[in-house]
Write a protein that binds this ligand. Structure first.
Ligand SMILES: [Ca+2]
Length: 490
């Protein structure tokens, strides 16, 4: 029988009694919960006492890897010793979620808002949006943004309607960070390689096809140099890494790397090398922070922006998991989240629900500051849970997912849904049982709901209705196709 792994100390019967009590409590307290956790609320004071001395926060976000990519989550195909060590000595979250694609998650993590608030186009962070970079800079942190961007411009020039969207996003220089070094910083057709012989924009200077270098190696070097130079200040580093996103190409640890002509050779077989190199660069960053004497002052978070590439099949224990990137199923949205800070964070595993809007209020809590005046977030801080406290865990996570308009997005439709530890409800009424470990999802027959399923359905319906209240972006108010043309629904 599957039941969540953080309840493994209970028998299934105890677990169901426990869940039933929670369900009743949720029902009784729904008004309060909606008020404090589920609505678009403004938080005016910190709910959490951060450690007294300011410290550094390094937020690493991998590009396209679900929980099955990491050994510490039960993945069996890739060696990830560095991440496994961070998890073993830190807190590993079993129920962290992300949107199924890059831009939707990147908007949420940087602005603390669900996509229906500020979504315009794929590959665009709307100009003028305030990010956690602005917030942490205002709090007095030295701020560094390094890795992949893809939020200034996306559509190729010949894509219908592209002239309305190209270059309308936020340039890295406007994103709220003191310094940046980024792949895909401007037009897509100029982006070059993210891996071997990388192209990147560093503080306004474009470096094109740097022969012999490898993207994430340069990024880690840059971050360590930034941290060394700013060692006297509290620092916030956001590292949206390039790995292990397509194209599947060799890494410096691949055998064929010794032949420079083969370094951009594409083959899905290189995915294993890429996941393992992702782990290696995380290890190199952690070791580098140790070597510059900042490890005791540095909290490290590791997260991923969406599930694994659909071309890749991996294993989670004995379960075969086909990569679910772009899909709204567990294999598309269930991602790793690890927090590690030696001497400050006690080892543990948390089953609390987390989503990408939660990082911004968590960072504010960690900085010991209230959110800036008039800043509204959909997120809920998980800072208390990092330090062994109960906090105010979410009772559900919400998704407004529609990656249109944008190049290559014709196959997508709008999906609005909410889920908890047991059920997932779409706005159109489809209900799924997601109870248990792994990627399980089973459609529930709406004509034969158990009492528990009926209560959960009502609860998740209220979450969707409450979260969908304004403000809404123009794209959320009027559904459009991949080319930005309004869709008239009958
Ligand atoms: Ca991604």
């Amino acid at each position: 029988m599957g039941y969540p792994e953080w309840h493994k100390s209970m028998s299934p019967v105890q677990y169901f009694i426990h869940r039933s009590k929670i369900t009743i409590e949720v029902e009784m307290l729904r008004s309060l919960l909606l008020l404090i956790a589920l609505t678009f609320s403004q938080i005016s004071a910190p709910a959490f006492a951060a450690p007294a001395k300011p410290f550094n926060i390094v937020l690493i976000m991998a590009d396209d890897v679900g929980i099955e990519g990491l050994g510490c989550y039960g993945g069996t195909d890739y060696a990830t010793p560095n991440l496994d060590r961070l998890a073993k000595n830190g807190v590993r979250f079993t129920h962290a979620y992300a949107q199924p694609l890059c831009t939707p998650t990147r908007l949420q993590i940087m602005t603390g808002k669900y996509n229906h608030r500020n979504w315009l186009y794929f590959g665009i962070l709307p100009k003028g949006e305030k990010t956690f970079g602005h917030m942490m800079s205002d709090f007095g942190y030295a701020t560094c943004l390094a890795g992949k961007w893809q939020l200034t411009s996306y559509d190729p020039p010949d894509f219908p309607g592209a002239d309305k969207r190209r270059g309308t996003g936020t340039h890295p220089s406007e994103a709220g960070f003191d310094e940046y070094s980024l792949f895909h910083s401007e037009e897509t057709e100029d982006k070059g390689s993210r891996y071997a012989n990388p192209t990147f924009l560093r503080n306004g200077k474009l470096h094109k096809a740097v022969e012999g270098a490898y993207g994430d190696d340069l990024t880690v070097d840059y971050i360590l140099d930034f941290m060394k130079r700013n060692r006297e200040k509290p620092q916030f580093v956001y590292y949206p890494m390039a790995l292990p996103h397509w194209p599947m190409v060799p890494t410096p640890h691949s055998k064929v790397w010794s032949d420079p002509k083969r370094r951009l050779e594409e083959d899905p077989k290189y995915f294993k090398d890429m996941v393992e190199y992702m782990d290696f660069v995380v290890g190199r960053l952690v070791k580098g922070i140790e070597q510059i004497g900042l490890r005791e002052k540095t909290l490290i978070l590791f997260y991923s922006d969406n599930g694994t590439d659909k071309r890749i099949t991996s294993h989670l224990g004995k379960e075969e998991v086909v990569g679910g990137k772009s899909k709204v199923t567990q294999n598309g949205i269930r991602v790793p989240l690890i927090a590690n800070w030696p001497g400050q964070i006690s080892p543990g595993v948390s089953g609390d629900l987390i989503d990408s809007t939660d990082f911004l209020p968590t960072l504010a809590d960690l900085a010991g500051k209230p959110l800036p005046k008039n800043w509204k977030t959909d997120g809920v801080s998980f800072a208390p849970q990092l330090f062994g406290r109960k906090g105010t865990p979410r009772q559900s996570v919400f998704f407004w997912y529609d990656p249109r308009p944008g190049w290559d997005k014709a196959g997508y439709t709008r999906q609005i849904f909410a889920l908890d530890h047991r059920y997932k409800l779409f706005s159109d009424g489809r209900l799924f049982d997601v109870r248990g470990v792994g990627m399980r999802e089973v459609a529930v027959d709406a004509r034969r709901l158990t009492a528990e399923a009926a209560i959960a359905k009502r609860k998740l319906r209220r979450v969707i209705d409450a979260t969908m209240q304004p403000p809404l972006s123009t794209t959320a108010r009027q559904e459009v196709d991949a080319y930005g043309r309004p869709i008239r629904k009958k």
